[in-house]
Ligand binder design. Structure first.
Ligand SMILES: Nc1ncnc2c1ncn2[C@@H]1O[C@H](COP(=O)(O)OP(=O)(O)OP(=O)(O)O)[C@@H](O)[C@H]1O
Ligand SMILES: [Mg+2]
Length: 241
């Protein structure tokens, strides 16, 4: 599924958090949003997922317009938000089932998908534990499970590996690599290695504006740097490239 974003803006009173951005995300690509704290990444994702109202602009998922087809769009997208949105008093399994049911899946399908996703994310040990006793990293994994159980065509991952240990992060990268090209993935991260490994294209967002969109290798090449981290810093600092 493609996403077309036209002149999208979000204002909080007089403050412009996302400033008139226009770009397209291609079908089944993994697209990363990179930017320093406060750049506008989460705000952009919240508008694209209908979690917050845009001030201006238009968003299309294929031919579906977010203004008129929001319910249809919500059925085919899912998000693992930056702040974990798990129900603490439910178990891991119940949390995942709950999301499948909200999306209108039958009981059988909800159960089947939940079991599949628990296996995929190695959550078996924890499936009957209450979410509130999970460590931060495990909650992050649960949040990802909840976003995948609905078999989304478009998946938003807002800092999916924040707080994960090295092994869990590598597992998650492997998982995302498996999901790549099966769905459109929009990812934010502060880990440049992660963006470089996983993304087909990267958008750099700064003060609410997209200042660059390119492939990881072209970003490095065009800035004459050696790594995505160096390229990112150079672009953010507005050095001549
Ligand atoms: N509900 C809100 N009310 C007012 N300002 C907000 C609100 N939500 C976000 N902002 C502001 O909008 C700007 C962009 O925030 P956003 O959360 O999108 O940044 P981000 O790029 O996701 O940063 P981070 O990397 O820290 O997660 C920030 O200056 C933030 O303070
Ligand atoms: Mg954020």
């Amino acid at each position: 599924m493609t996403i077309k974003i036209k002149n999208l803006t979000k204002k909080y009173k007089d403050f412009v958090a996302v400033n008139n951005v226009s770009f397209d995300i291609k079908n089944n690509e993994t697209f990363s949003l990179l930017g320093i704290n406060g750049a506008g990444k989460t705000t952009l994702i919240k508008m694209l997922t209908g979690l917050t109202k845009k001030t201006n602009g238009e968003v299309f998922y294929d031919e579906l317009n977010m203004d008129t087809n929001l319910n249809e769009i919500k059925q085919i997208i899912n998000i693992s938000p930056q702040e974990n949105a798990v129900a603490e008093s439910l178990t891991v399994k119940e949390n995942i089932m709950f999301i499948a049911k909200i999306y209108g899946f039958s009981k059988e399908k909800s159960l089947k998908n939940t079991e599949n996703i628990i296996n995929l994310l190695n959550l078996q040990e924890f499936e009957n534990k209450k979410a509130k006793i999970l460590s931060g990293g495990m909650q992050r994994r649960l949040s990802l499970a909840m976003s995948l159980v609905t078999e989304p065509k478009v998946l938003f991952l807002d800092e999916p590996t924040l707080g994960l240990d090295v092994l869990a992060r590598e597992q998650l990268w492997d998982l995302i690599k498996k999901l790549k090209r099966k769905m459109t993935i929009i990812l934010t991260t502060h880990y440049m290695e992660e963006a470089e490994k996983l993304s087909n294209r990267i958008a750099i967002i700064h003060n609410g504006k997209i200042i660059k969109i390119d492939t990881p290798s072209s970003l490095i090449k065009s800035t004459k740097t050696k790594s995505l981290e160096q390229a990112f810093v150079k672009i953010i600092k507005g050095e001549k490239i």
